[in-house]
Design a protein around this ligand. Structure first.
Ligand SMILES: NC(=O)c1ccc[n+]([C@@H]2O[C@H](COP(=O)([O-])OP(=O)(O)OC[C@H]3O[C@@H](n4cnc5c(N)ncnc54)[C@H](OP(=O)(O)O)[C@@H]3O)[C@@H](O)[C@H]2O)c1
Length: 235
């Protein structure tokens, strides 16, 4: 399979890219600005290509997808993992930060699906996984824009699953849980302690475990429009 994992220069995306590589798949390692980290991810995968695009920009995304299709003929798996957050109380969140979070987390996934789906429709197969967050279901203080973007991503996932199901394209959401990757470490000590306290198993989520789950899901068929919650927090 050809697997495109957005934001695979580091964090969860890197773990997912490596997991697909380990299973013998061809992997598109995607990043926005950290080229060295993306090359490092690629160095751990037998067959990969490293491409950059700002997911907010539909033109850049279309060019990236065209390049993959030209070289490898199509994309079997799309993992919309690239994401950002801007922490601030709602009343202190600037319009600019709100737009940046929505454009990356929601419009980015929309841009990718719109670019990748036509070829998947032609080939009547594909898997799309959108990486969301428990914040999109329960909401989180200080994360209004992020929570809103991830909640909206759930609606996008469901609509896409309904539209694309007839073409044997499976569209699902995975909630990875609190990981000590870029976003998890960036949130600060207080947030980390709260995540541990709220976790039933009193541990953080493991990106490699999440990655293995995503690989497994992409090896199945007939499962679509679902939310897979790998987050062991109860609140
Ligand atoms: N970490 C957690 O605890 C946690 C919990 C729940 C959900 N999630 C979700 O899991 C996903 C990954 O989180 P993470 O902590 O692994 O993230 P991370 O380490 O901060 O990495 C973010 C990735 O997204 C890419 N990216 C950011 N903005 C982009 C843009 N405009 N265009 C293209 N690529 C862009 C980055 O590329 P560069 O390296 O080039 O900047 C990087 O590869 C996110 O969707 C996040 O919302 C994370």
């Amino acid at each position: 399979m050809v697997c495109l994992v957005t934001g695979s220069s580091r964090g969860l995306g890197r773990a997912v890219a490596i997991a697909f590589g380990r299973e013998g798949h061809r992997v598109v390692v995607h990043y926005r600005e950290r080229a060295a980290e993306a090359e490092e991810t690629a160095s751990l995968i037998r067959e990969s290509m490293v491409l950059s695009a700002d997911v907010r920009d539909s033109g850049e995304v279309a060019a990236l997808v065209d390049e993959v299709i030209k070289k490898w003929g199509g994309i079997d798996v799309l993992v919309n993992n690239a994401g950002i957050t801007k922490e601030a109380l709602l009343i202190r969140t600037t319009e600019r930060d709100f737009d940046e979070v929505m454009d990356t987390n929601l419009r980015g996934a929309f841009n990718l699906i719109r670019a990748v789906a036509p070829r998947m429709i032609e080939r009547k197969s594909g898997h799309i996984i959108n990486i969301s967050s428990i914040a999109g279901i329960r909401g989180r203080e200080g994360l209004a824009a992020y929570s809103a973007s991830k909640a909206a991503l759930a609606g996008l996932t469901l609509a896409a699953a309904r539209e694309l199901g007839a073409y044997n394209i499976m569209v699902n959401t995975v909630l990875p849980g609190y990981m000590l990757t870029g976003m998890g470490t960036g949130a600060g000590e207080k947030a980390r302690q709260a995540a541990l306290r709220d976790s039933i198993v009193k541990d953080f989520s493991d990106p490699d475990r999440v990655a293995r789950f995503i690989c497994y899901l992409c090896g199945t068929t007939g499962i679509t429009g679902q939310v897979f919650n790998l987050d062991s927090r109860t609140v």
